[in-house]
Design a protein around this ligand. Structure first.
Ligand code: DAK
Length: 259
């Protein structure tokens, strides 16, 4: 698929998505959000894709937020509609995807950019990255799930500090309180994400989808335990479950087919 604001390619079952508006520090305008919605839906329905890496073009920014020039004139109704549409089709769609998403944070991840990274299942940051939710400096609050996901990831106290001060944190600080999984030098960023997805690629695809759904349910649903029970029960009906157990018993590597 051809995009105006994204680069995308599949290599060895990994879909690489690069937000490609380097001059605007990869800020998310409406058409970029529409394209992200399309590529996320594509990843979810395409068997060839076993995992997704999202990054930003250049060496300065992952995504420096929603495009301030574009949303400066929105009224309350437009703000509500766009927040809901964006959350459904981009941010929640990533979090609820059956494929694992990794944000490879190669610089500034601010506002909607950090919200995009937080919607992903894992985050790896380069050592030059800066992360923050500066919305209150613009008289806003985070509108793409940031108040919820930051609180889930770092706890109430740190989330309130970051959101109300609007101060950025370094990659190293973010790792200390669990906002990013790893910090690596910039040249190693994509290979670290690939290393994780290459491990996941060897596992049973339906089990990965069920695990993602269950973990996400633990923070987003009232009864995540019940979702886990349902997903756990479904695993027993898959061929991959039988293959995994047989391979263990026969002391060989499993051959998972995603059924
Ligand atoms: N939007 C548009 N353009 C941006 C941008 C952004 N968020 N961030 C940077 N740019 C542009 C700059 O305007 C500049 O463009 P030119 O002037 O060259 O044309 C270019 O990128 C380079 O930026 P700087 O010259 O500022 O670069 P510096 O190195 O000096 O500074 C910086 C880097 C990242 C510290 C600085 O650019 C910065 O503070 N950027 C803004 C960060 C920010 O406040 N982001 C927005 C957070 S609020 C909504 C839902 C959610 C949201 C909004 C609406 N609805 C549902 C309606 C979310 C809001 C946010 O994300």
């Amino acid at each position: 698929m051809e995009y105006q604001n994204l680069l995308s390619e599949i290599k060895e079952n990994i879909l690489y998505v690069t937000v490609n508006r380097e001059k605007a520090l990869n800020a998310l305008n409406r058409s970029t959000l529409d394209e992200l919605a399309a590529v996320i839906a594509f990843a979810d329905k395409t068997d060839e894709v076993r995992g997704v890496i999202i990054t930003g073009a250049g060496e300065k920014a992952f995504v420096a937020g929603a495009d301030i020039k574009e949303f400066s004139n929105y009224n309350a109704k437009e703000g509500e509609e766009l927040a809901k549409r964006g959350q459904d089709l981009v941010f929640n769609a990533i979090e609820n995807s059956s494929k694992p998403f990794i944000a490879a944070i190669n610089g500034f991840a601010l506002g909607g950019g950090l919200e995009l990274a937080m919607a992903c299942h894992m985050r790896i940051a380069s050592d030059n990255a800066k992360l923050g939710l500066p919305e209150v400096t613009l008289g806003l609050i985070p509108g793409y799930g940031g108040t919820q996901r930051l609180t889930q990831l770092v706890g109430k106290g740190k989330a309130i500090e970051m959101i109300t001060t609007a101060n950025m944190v370094t990659a190293e600080q973010a790792q200390v309180f669990g906002l990013v999984n790893y910090v690596v030098p910039l040249p190693d960023l994509i290979s670290k994400a690939e290393e994780i997805l290459n491990s996941i690629k060897q596992r049973a695809p339906l089990a990965i989808a069920s695990a993602l759904k269950s973990v996400i349910a633990s923070v987003n649903e009232v009864n995540g335990y019940q979702t886990e029970i349902n997903e756990f029960a479904k695993s027993f009906e898959t061929s991959d479950f039988k293959e995994g157990v047989n391979a263990f018993l026969e002391k060989r590597k499993p051959n998972f087919v995603g059924k």
